[in-house]
Design a protein around this ligand. Structure first.
Ligand SMILES: [Zn+2]
Length: 125
């Protein structure tokens, strides 16, 4: 994929990521009014607590989406973005434009959904 194209997708992904996380922060600050403990140090434990809280706040569906978004951002950095993780063929650009965090092509996605309906579902286009 061309450099400027992957940058476009990276920007989209970062936007999606911040909208998921900022959505949760709104809810968190509402909860925080009722907390009175001292601020926790930034430790591994704090990070883990934070991701647990985030997961609870945004809900399972948004959490799965966030994981996919983070994975796609990693893939852009590693220069392997837009490749189906099943068949290793390029995912059509039209699909990536609708869903920049897609990690499967449509064929593999419908195959996987048939095989395991419990997997987090990506909308097909
Ligand atoms: Zn595929």
């Amino acid at each position: 994929m061309k450099q400027n194209q992957s940058e476009q997708f990276l920007n989209k992904l970062l936007e999606i990521k911040s909208s998921i996380v900022s959505g949760s922060e709104t809810k968190q600050s509402a909860n925080r009014k009722f907390e009175s403990g001292p601020a926790a140090d930034i430790s591994d434990e704090a990070v883990e607590t934070y991701s647990k809280e985030l997961r609870m706040n945004i809900g399972e569906q948004e959490w799965q989406k966030l994981k996919l978004v983070e994975l796609a951002i990693e893939n852009i950095k590693n220069d392997c973005y837009g490749i189906c993780t099943e068949c290793e063929k390029p995912i059509p650009k039209a699909r990536l434009e609708v869903m920049p965090f897609a990690i499967h092509c449509v064929q593999c996605l419908s195959k996987l959904e048939e095989e395991n309906r419990k997997l987090p579902q990506e909308p097909t286009i």
